[in-house]
Design a protein around this ligand. Sequence first.
Ligand code: ADP
Length: 512
Amino acid sequence: MATETYVGAIDQGTTGTRFMVFDHSGRVVTSAYEKHEQIYPEPGWVEHDPAEIWEKTQSVITSALQKADLTADQLEAIGITNQRETTLLWDADSGTPVHNAIVWQDRRTTDRVEELEAEDKVEWIRGKTGLEADAYFSATKAEWLLDNADPMKMQRARPADVRERAEDGEILFGTIDTWLIYKLTGNHITDVTNASRTMLFDIHEMEWDEELCEEFDVPMAMLPEVRPSSDDNYYGTTDSEGFLGSEVPVAAAFGDQQAALFGQTCFDEGDAKNTYGTGSFMLMNTGEEAVESEHGLLTTVGFQRSGEPVQYALEGAIFVTGAAIEWLEDMEIISNASESETLARSVDSTDGVYFVPAFTGLGAPHWDGRARGTIVGMTRGTRREHVVRATLESIAFQTKDVADAMEADSGIEMTTLRVDGGAVKNNFLCQLQANIVDSTIVRPQVDETTALGSAYAAGLAVGYWETLDELRDNWQVDREFEAEDGKNVARRHERWQEAVKRSLDWARDGSD
Ligand code: ADP
């Protein structure tokens, strides 16, 4: 009997790296995970060591294969999914990073973004990239690295200026997908979804934008080639002399949220998913049209298969959802995340309490960096159960605000919403969400949809899976939550919006 073959997915996230191996039915055969160091050189700055990320990537691949007694030859392809926007530069000759990677959360370039705002460049940037001008995206991070990375540290005979060397193609730019593709295959390539988060890429023309590169003083010679997320021509293969000892095609890459959209098989226009982790990210496939948002959402590339048109998506990013549950734990209001469900069920309402967990400001659709956490409506009778229930309601109401914005922008009515992420284990939250958005909430069996999405894209590229229908067939429902007539949902949503208003524009520089 022929040896069984599989597809592997590298899921390189903000806190750690996972390698998962999937079989033909989309089941997880083996996996391994390792964390990496979070480096905080100054308040508001966050860095990762790219060399450590590469080490951990090799190590999780090796140990996952070992655990299941598999050989690299049994992998038909590898796909990559990654933390988005995180940016690094490396030396083309030695493959050595010239500085730590600047992580998406890093705020060091906020002043530069304020400059863009003062110069009225926000609309211009949105028009080309679909993004809100923000330090979150790669452009200002690359600019900072080119200005500040120390050439003396590059261990080169010729310590020329970093930007000058970048102009000569001696220094390369990449997001984490690009870094891993480079290390695995030796080729300098990114995929369309990651390119769409750099703020240097025109999502309509689907190419690096000369004017934006000029604005941020990023030499175009240092940018990677942009390829489909699922690429029949592969980005390259691993080296038979390398750590895997085998030539495995690296055939797909995806930003993490786009990978989850693909893993949830949201292949058609109007399909939407929401991932509930530390924060939440709702993405809706808008088909071949890049829908411009008038309600505070981002327009982004959803995915592209070789030889097929680009599929766009609308994205709503909510900063704090699961993290509000973590805050309840830190405050010792609950002892673990799952207790939130029991406590919320033990009362039949929040007794008029609303909690807006705007700890780091509010993202979509409000975009207010000065909003702060606010609890309103408390009385002498308020108990912790009410606050806990209000916290879960805040996750559902924030999602409702983003879902409303999405329906308004796309003109598509959302009848079902596919969910994933750590917080969807909470059945109370899922039912509440169904009632509040008045849609069916569908939770799949495999909750590692991010890794699954990149495995699917890689497997399609090499013919391990032939059609999208096969993948649709693999997708299995764990549980569906039908919208029930929740008590006074419309009125409670109005009250929630009033609570949001009270949280806005609270933080002031230098005073509390
Ligand atoms: P990330 O990928 O952002 O690290 P995960 O998808 O692993 O996040 O989800 C972790 C988040 O889910 C945490 O913020 C945690 O508080 C939340 N969470 C986990 N279990 C529950 C639960 N039963 N109810 C509500 N929230 C939960």
